[in-house]
Ligand binder design. Structure first.
Ligand SMILES: [Ca+2]
Length: 136
């Protein structure tokens, strides 16, 4: 019984060490893509919907249920480079997936787009301590 409890305690400590999450923060990002059309690659789509998730499969198979990032620009003609700057809330050390779909004025939706994958990690180290001394 004692060995069992020791193993359980070790597992709890290991999980705790692995389960370190970073801080949440707002990041300003500019998304870029090429405009699609109303009919395939002809004309202009009616709108674009951008969503994000920490799970790629959720984004691909349950797009409508993932967090939405409002895109307030009107789509340009198919083939036109687009960009949209916005602020998103992320947690350091967590991987996020982003996908955009377009829809036309008849309510037809494009298929799934590419998955944009990104994580934000704290890469800035603390400053060096240069005044270590003894208290006399
Ligand atoms: Ca159409």
């Amino acid at each position: 019984m004692r060995e069992f409890l020791t193993v359980v305690l070790m597992m709890v400590v290991m999980v705790g060490c692995i389960w370190v999450r970073g801080e949440s923060k707002s990041v300003e990002k500019t998304f870029t893509w090429t405009a699609t059309g109303d009919d395939g690659t002809l004309g202009s789509a009616e709108g674009n919907v951008l969503r994000m998730s920490t799970d790629a499969d959720s984004l691909v198979y349950h797009f409508d249920h993932c967090a939405s990032i409002p895109v307030t620009i009107t789509p340009s003609s198919a083939g036109t480079p687009e960009q949209y700057a916005t602020t998103i809330e992320v947690t350091e050390g967590v991987t996020y997936y982003f996908m955009m779909k377009a829809f036309d004025d008849a309510g037809n939706w494009s298929g799934p787009g590419n998955l944009l994958v990104r994580s934000w990690n704290d890469t800035i180290a603390p400053a060096a301590i240069l005044d270590l001394n003894f208290l006399e």
